[in-house]
Ligand binder design. Structure first.
Ligand code: PHE
Length: 392
């Protein structure tokens, strides 16, 4: 009898514990399904572009934190899951596959580099999950052979625009007649820009004296720079990323290269000056997404909250990440749902939205029409030179 009572008590206790556990699991399962919106990030957290990858992620995180602190969106909190693509296209494809299949995110932000996004676009298209890049400027990211990729969007300008602007800047502002082009042939971004610059520079009466190439992770650029120096061009156009450009500028300065050196948005990271040194970057110019000297109240407010959160200065990438997240949050709000198809539709309808860097609309090619600034590096600082507002 006693034994039976013991058994009964044991059974009841076990059942109670099991049902509590079960209920607990159920509640937890429910909370992640209904109280959270899952968004993914496919980013360069290690490898050659880690510095800019982290800045972009910081910007996205800041916008999400502010939104969550204000009660979230559609009554839910946003959860941002980031996967490291190691700055490599094949890893970018792995990262987006994991985010979509394992983490079940509703949308993916990323990547920084055009080549990494290009390795992911088809995966997003097949899964019908929107992929939005804040930074990849190569035109083929959103448009494939004249056809718009349905699920891919971007919130930055495109390379034909910044390439044209740098060619015009060389011809008109610097009065250049001759140029050398030094291209990173491991990057779709760099190759695309080299072509655009050459076309526009030539169209305006300039002459391209030589085109040379290097690869990411190269260390020694002296032989090529010596060859360029011997041709004595007025300008050297280097549409590439800060790691290699930093080394090139240092070696060009050591070799006494006199030509003005021009670049594009891939130059924008403090590492450029860390690698090259202040004197080697003096008097170079590049196109960028925003100028830290902009006194627009939206920019000032953003810079203040970024400093307060991270105790560092934001680069253009941080602003771009932040703005892309604002665009996505706004789209989810307008969609009234976190259904990927509805978010996609709402992204397509983004019009005159106020973001940090101006008013943003997504055009029929899923691109953003935005202004470009040209900055000069002077005493180790980016000094604003020109702002070019696109004509619609
Ligand atoms: N625009 C570059 C690309 O498309 C990405 C980039 C932007 C990298 C800014 C560094 C800084 O590949």
């Amino acid at each position: 009898m006693r034994e039976n009572i013991h058994k009964m008590v044991y059974l009841v206790l076990t059942l109670t514990i099991m049902s509590l556990l079960f209920l607990g699991c159920g509640a937890k399962e429910n909370s992640s399904n209904t109280n959270e919106i899952l968004l993914g990030g496919d980013y360069e957290l290690t490898g050659g572009l880690a510095a800019v990858g982290k800045q972009t992620v910081n910007g996205i995180n800041l916008a999400i934190k502010q939104t969550n602190d204000n009660g979230g969106v559609l009554g839910k909190k946003i959860k941002f899951i980031v996967a490291d693509n190691k700055s490599e296209p094949s890893e970018a494809a792995n990262a987006i596959t994991k985010l979509i299949n394992t983490d079940k995110v509703k949308l993916v932000f990323g990547s920084v580099a055009s080549s990494n996004v290009l390795a992911s676009v088809q995966i997003a298209e097949d899964a019908k999950i929107p992929l939005i890049t804040a930074t990849a400027t190569n035109p083929t990211v959103t448009v494939d052979n004249g056809e718009v990729r349905k699920y891919i969007f971007r919130t930055c300008f495109i390379d034909p625009f910044q390439g044209d602007i740098m060619a015009n800047f060389a011809i008109n502002t610097l009065q250049a007649k001759t140029a050398a082009i030094y291209v990173d042939s491991s990057s779709d971004y760099s190759k695309g820009l080299a072509t655009i610059f050459e076309q526009n520079f030539t169209k305006h009466g300039g002459k391209v004296l030589l085109k040379e190439a290097f690869l990411q992770k190269d260390q020694d650029f002296k032989a090529t720079l010596t060859k360029i120096k011997a041709m004595n061009p007025d300008v050297i156009f280097i549409p590439a990323y800060y790691e290699e450009v930093g080394k090139i500028l240092k070696q060009a300065s050591d070799l006494g290269v006199k030509a003005k050196i021009l670049g594009t948005d891939g130059w924008d990271d403090p590492k450029l000056i860390e690698i090259a040194g202040i004197s080697a970057v003096e008097g170079t110019y590049f196109s960028n997404h925003y100028s830290p000297q902009d006194t627009d109240p939206h920019v000032v407010k953003f810079v203040e909250s970024y400093r307060a959160e991270y105790n560092q200065e934001p680069s253009a990438l941080a602003v771009l990440g932040y703005d892309a997240a604002l665009v996505v949050i706004d789209a989810i709000k307008r969609a009234g749902s976190d259904d990927p198809e509805k978010i996609r539709q709402a992204l397509e309808e983004t019009k005159d939205m106020q973001i940090t860097t101006g008013l943003l609309s997504i055009d029929q090619n899923h691109n953003s029409i935005k202004s470009v600034v040209v900055v000069e590096l002077k005493d180790g600082q980016q000094v604003f030179k020109e702002k070019i507002v696109p004509t619609k």
